[in-house]
Design a protein around this ligand. Structure first.
Ligand code: ADP
Length: 572
């Protein structure tokens, strides 16, 4: 063993911990770090903005249960990655950010891009540290990997001062740490499991809510056994969708409000009672609803609502425990397929489906969201990854485009972040390339959402990732102006008169992808959508962008409760 550079120690440590992908942007002082990473066989994706790179790396963490790395330069580069760190923390997804930083000997001198990066990272991480020496880098890497996936998944930050990168140490003094094993699968206490099963068996209106924590925990087989075995109605959260197929007869998503409002016992699997689930509070829930909350994080149990039973543990183990306990008590469920509640739910499902279908069938031009997304849905391969963002585009696609596979859908998530889609799609496409080459990635975005990271289409074309972008283009954020409306502003001071929601009418976003060799399509009619999307699907080695113009006044259907309807958590 001879001398080894800090960059290679870091790369070998990451490789040894089973890291597969690094998304980043190089510059001082991390150019050599990225090269060393490639030299040891890590796959490096050179991006255009650290924000998208950090989103991309976090999506790999969610899809695989093992973190990916986001590599940044010092100061501003690391600060851009904070967006992805915060988003991953809010989503409870593992992520490791490695930031180059200014040289140790220049601390507090106003060095190039000097910034208190470890301190800045702390608020968005479970663990943030700077290794005490090059020799000890592997210790910090193992700790970061372990902390990102043990307990509630989250983000870890490692700071690498510029002087570490090229400095040489004797490799015999470097202590590499064996790969961190997957997290131990924690079980819940037996007496609590019994209590939970009692509640489910005696419930008249039970409901299982499947959150994205269940997606992350990869417990689809266990959840299927529980839900299908006991014929329980289930409701997925936006990213819990697909754990069991949306078109499953036990799925009550089309009667979401009714199911939440009337359920007397709710089994909550890996979801939080935050804004997405209306804080578990009336009028969206019964005041006397009994919640069985399953979560890896003990600190989460009791947030906003005290559960009737709190089961802290890993979902795969806890759902297995529930299944075993149910198997010990056959045939004693109060709720069954003849229960009146099924009738109520079925009626509501039918009514809501009919209303949605009406919007879908309204093919007047310019198209509404439902009609446009239906045209897209008709052609989508069942197994494709679906990335979806942009307020109306995301929400309506959730209704119009069904999911049938776990972790198939990536969206704005707990933080409601716009601009995550392109990074997520890129990560899913890289992962498909290596692990499931027959799957396609479809990224459905509003025109505003696409704008956040539009330049990543260069990255996507450079790596020949055949992502299909579908832009549902209404010329702006929520309602907007058509070309005629915008022209009326001609001659006025646009900084005063152009509404903040308006973007340039009829923008030809498809030209952006054409600039990098991708396929661009501009559509207004169902026929044009069909033709363009079919061509995009045929192109297996090149990315495509289908820009669909819709009605600038289009909106979602009226809901029983308005979005974010101002409910306060019941404990407050
Ligand atoms: P959703 O947005 O779908 O409602 P959330 O992100 O709010 O889901 O909640 C996911 C929950 O899942 C988090 O509280 C997290 O602690 C939990 N979780 C993550 N991994 C596991 C696991 N392996 N077992 C149990 N719970 C988990």
């Amino acid at each position: 063993m001879g001398d080894i550079e800090g960059a290679t120690v870091l790369a070998k440590a990451l490789k040894g911990q089973g890291i597969e992908y690094v998304f980043g942007i190089v510059g001082i002082p991390v150019v050599e770090v990225a090269m060393a990473m490639q030299a040891v066989g890590l796959k490096y994706i050179g991006m255009r903005n650290e924000q998208a790179a950090s989103y991309a790396a976090s999506a790999i963490g969610y899809l695989t249960g093992r973190p990916a790395v986001c590599l940044t330069v010092s100061g501003p580069g690391m600060i851009h990655a904070i967006a992805g760190m915060a988003n991953a923390m809010e989503n409870c997804w593992p992520l490791i950010v490695i930031g180059g930083s200014s040289e140790e000997s220049q601390g507090s001198t106003g060095a190039f891009q000097e910034f208190p990066q470890v301190e800045a990272a702390r608020m968005y991480t479970k663990y943030a540290a700077r290794p005490s020496s090059v020799e000890r880098i592997p210790f910090y890497v193992e700790k970061a990997v372990r902390m990102s996936i043990y307990g509630r998944p989250g983000v870890c930050y490692i700071d690498i001062p510029g002087n570490f990168v090229m400095s040489k140490v004797e490799e015999k003094n470097v202590r590499y740490i064996p790969p961190c094993p997957p997290p131990p699968r924690i079980c819940a206490p037996d007496d609590m499991i019994k209590k939970a099963v009692d509640l489910i068996m005696y419930a008249e209106k039970p409901l299982v809510i499947i959150g994205k924590g269940a997606g992350y925990a990869q417990c689809e087989a266990e959840v299927e056994k529980l839900v299908v075995g006991s014929k329980l109605p289930f409701l997925p959260t936006p990213m819990g969708k697909g754990l069991l197929p949306d078109e499953h007869p036990l799925c009550v998503a089309p009667a979401r409000s009714k199911a939440l409002q009337d359920a007397d016992v709710i089994l909550l699997l890996g979801g939080r009672l935050n804004w997405i689930l209306h804080f578990g509070a009336p009028p969206r829930f019964r005041a006397d609803v009994k919640i069985i909350q399953v979560d890896i994080s003990l600190e989460e149990i009791g947030n906003n609502v005290h559960p009737a039973v709190g089961l802290a543990g890993d979902l795969k183990s806890v759902v297995t425990q529930l299944n075993d306990e149910i198997a010990r008590r056959p045939g004693k469920f109060v709720f069954n397929s003849n229960s009146p509640w099924w009738k109520t739910l079925d009626e509501k499902i039918k009514k809501n489906r009919e209303a949605t279908q009406k919007s879908i069938d309204d093919k007047r031009l310019p198209l509404n969201y439902y009609a446009a997304l239906d045209e897209v849905n008709k052609l989508l391969p069942k197994n494709c990854f679906l990335v979806s963002e942009g307020a109306n585009t995301m929400d309506i696609s959730r209704t119009v485009i069904p999911n049938s596979l776990p972790r198939q859908r990536l969206d704005a998530g707990t933080f409601g972040t716009m601009g995550v889609g392109t990074g997520f799609a890129l990560a899913a496409a890289v992962w498909c390339r290596d692990h499931e080459p027959d799957r396609r990635v479809i990224c459905i975005q509003g025109d505003s959402a696409f704008g956040f990271s539009g330049m990543e289409v260069e990255t996507i074309c450079r790596y020949r990732l055949p992502i299909i972008f579908v832009i549902i283009n209404n010329n702006g954020i929520t309602r907007s102006f058509d070309e005629e409306g915008f022209q009326k502003l001609e001659g006025t001071d646009l900084l005063i008169t152009s509404p903040p929601t308006v973007l340039l009418p009829n923008a030809h976003y498809e030209k952006i992808i054409e600039a990098f060799g991708g396929n661009g399509y501009f559509c207004k009619t169902p026929e044009e959508i069909q033709k363009s999307l079919s061509a995009a699907l045929r192109s297996k080695t090149q990315a495509s962008l289908v820009n669909i113009m819709i009605n600038t006044m289009a909106d979602r259907r009226e809901q029983d409760f308005s979005w974010l309807s101002g409910i306060q958590p019941s404990k407050m």
